[in-house]
Design a binder for this molecule. Sequence first.
Ligand code: ADP
Ligand code: MG
Length: 449
Amino acid sequence: MSLSVSTGKAWDDVATILRRSLTRQQFETWFRGMRIVHLDEQRAEFTVPNNFLREWIRKKYLGLLRSAMHEAVAGHPEIDIRVAAETYAPAPPAEPAPVPHGEDPAALRSDIILNRQYTFDTFVAGPSNNLAHAAAMAVAETPGKSYNPLFLHGAVGLGKTHLLQAVCHRILDRRPEMRILYLSCETFTNHFVAAVAHGELESFRYRYRHVDLLLIDDIHLLANKDRTQEEFFHTFNTLYNANKQIVLSSDSTPAEIPTLEERLVSRFKWGMVARIDQPGYETRTAIISRKVEMHGIPFPDEVIRFLGENIRSNIRELEGVVNKIAGIAHIYKRPVDMETAREAIRDLLPSRPNRVSIDGIIRTVSDHYAVRISDLHSKKRTKSIAFPRQICMYLARCLTSHSLEEIGGYFGGRDHTTVMYAFDKISRQAKKEPALTQTLERLTAEISS
Ligand code: ADP
Ligand code: MG
């Protein structure tokens, strides 16, 4: 390798390559102060302004740096990063802490542009999310006064982000004087880490502690981030003590967030903790109808029912399918029908093994609970039979693609609401009883084998 290139030119080339794989913010945060100070066949020596950056780059970006280097100088020099304490020009004096009022209010409001659709008007409330919905509305009505903090938790795709943003929309609309900061936990963490790296903690703190509402999405990502947790703890206290509203969302309860410090766990429980569950059939169909209205392309009731029965896992998926169907109808200029609907959800179904038959389920369950197959098919309501029958319905719903009506047909001609009821009941019970979850897993394994 000939190394006639100057170190300055080499760094420019490496930087250009790095920029291709990084966001502007990432590059600015981590690589802004980096230089190449020595380059030969064996060794490329980089400098960065401080130890923190050095460790961070070594931990997170070494691979990227190596491949950028390889591409830029067409060789494999060893990479060395050291702190350029003596050579590095001191940073310009820290900017004065930003003043929220008058300056640039938009910049303070949010780092994530709000989705215009995520309002209370477009949110469908139902038994699975009633509490979360009502609490979010209350918070938007009287921030800092109703529930503080409001902690929403639930599985992915069930509407947490939607509700957080709905609160933002409402406040922007009705209380424009309020200072809102809405962001993901990841952004909070990145800001914090960058603030530490650049010695800008003061303005970081000013920014986070002078708001009327702080909404942080996916707060469970604080897991394993000790220093960020510590910082957040103080942010929380400052805002809380000033009666400022805090809203958090998470994929689990405060206590279930791994390695979350106890003092944060307890604070998260001070106000209101509201869980969002998977929506039942009625809510699902209501959501589908709402999404369909937004498209302005009519879906037959049959299609809406079919989607409501078959897509249960999360609402994002439901929405995706509605979009897909509406898209197909739009492109091919044909009305929405069952065929399009079946086609659209086909990709979503193969995760459920098709080979499983309801008869297979009934056989396995009858063995396990020592009840007669004919009793499971019957209308008998004795508890010793009704329970295994509900297990059958639950499994049929999870493991086959039969409709609720079809499943009901196998069990004494019951209608779809009975199957729904059985499904919800067993789901709820399994959440509370690990033993039942285990049984269901065992049965599933047996049925699928
Ligand atoms: P999460 O943040 O819990 O993962 P999101 O808030 O991103 O979920 O919701 C996923 C999608 O489902 C969004 O497009 C959202 O608008 C939609 N959604 C979720 N719950 C509802 C609801 N109750 N009514 C209407 N749309 C909903
Ligand atoms: Mg979300």
